[in-house]
Design a protein around this ligand. Structure first.
Ligand SMILES: C[S@@+](CC[C@H](N)C(=O)[O-])C[C@H]1O[C@@H](n2cnc3c(N)ncnc32)[C@H](O)[C@@H]1O
Length: 268
């Protein structure tokens, strides 16, 4: 892990070049079975709803699962990834663009998913990404995204499917605050293993999956109000973040809690 200390613009170019170079290798290692990451969202959508997949990659399995019942638009900064996605998901519309600069109609999507893509954007720019996603969703629309447990300023690694890759992320507690500030209500948090063949990637990473909803317009009087998550270690079996918003207590498992839950699941 090498700290990324040059200007962020360099790293955006590095991400694009990197995914252009490793698109096929990435696709081959991506688990192609049903997209477990998005199950919680699928239940809430109706046939024909408009869904945006941010950082859609090669389209399998996420965009492909969504396009089976929904109008799917994918956006990805890598030309090679978009080329593969168009081939794998003929029913989808794909745009090759940086999500930080692409222009999309306000309130035009019923849901947005961003699986394993937000952490490739310099974290200082991520609050404005959530504001963009909020603008593109209709009021009441859903955001489902993978985030990160730990706070990590930008860094690169040299061995990501044979290329140098860049990541940058806040920890889950900070993300919950950013989501609240951007006009989202968190509905569910869960956890996912990274979705790659272990033999290829060597280690299992797990990431928090957050399902949030764009607040309805009538709720906007309470916006913005920052959520202040506090780690509650009194629950010994599963430490939780707890926070208070709009007079209600909210709670979600802390990174350690997710990890314990995951271990329990694996032990069966
Ligand atoms: C780890 S892959 C995930 C692909 C897919 N979501 C999946 O679950 O397999 C990350 C994807 O995000 C894309 N990406 C990274 N930064 C982006 C940006 N600023 N705008 C659009 N796409 C981006 C990459 O090109 C890559 O295809």
């Amino acid at each position: 892990m090498i700290p990324a200390t040059n200007p962020p613009a360099d790293y955006r170019a590095l991400v694009t070049r990197g995914y252009d170079a490793c698109a096929r290798a990435y696709h081959e290692s991506r688990r192609a079975e049903a997209a477990t990451e998005i199950r919680g969202l699928l239940d809430r959508l109706g046939d024909g709803d408009a869904v945006l997949d941010v950082g859609c990659g090669a389209g399998v399995p996420i965009a492909q699962s969504l396009a089976a019942r929904h109008r799917l638009t994918g956006v990805d900064v890598s030309r090679e990834m978009v080329h593969l996605a168009r081939r794998h998901v003929p029913a989808g519309d794909f745009i090759c663009a940086d999500v930080m600069s692409v222009s999309l109609e306000p309130s035009s999507f019923d849901a947005i998913v961003a699986i394993n893509s937000i952490f490739h954007i310099p974290r200082e720019a991520q609050p404005s990404l959530f504001q963009r996603l909020h603008r593109w969703l209709r009021p009441g629309g859903y955001l489902l995204c993978t985030l990160s447990h730990e706070s990590e300023p930008g860094y690169t690694e040299d061995d990501f499917h044979g290329v140098t890759m860049y990541w940058s992320n806040y920890g889950l507690g900070e993300y919950l605050g950013i989501l609240a500030d951007s006009g989202f209500e968190v509905l569910e948090t869960s956890s996912t293993a990274c979705g790659h063949d272990e033999a290829v990637q060597g280690t299992i990473e797990d990431h928090p999956v957050v399902l949030a909803q764009r607040r309805h317009l009538q709720d906007s009087s309470s916006f913005p109000r920052r959520a202040c998550p506090v780690l509650d270690t009194r629950r010994e079996s599963t430490p939780h973040w707890t926070w208070e918003r709009n007079g209600c207590a909210h709670s979600s498992p802390s990174p350690a809690g997710y990890f314990k839950g995951l271990q329990r699941q694996r032990r069966g």
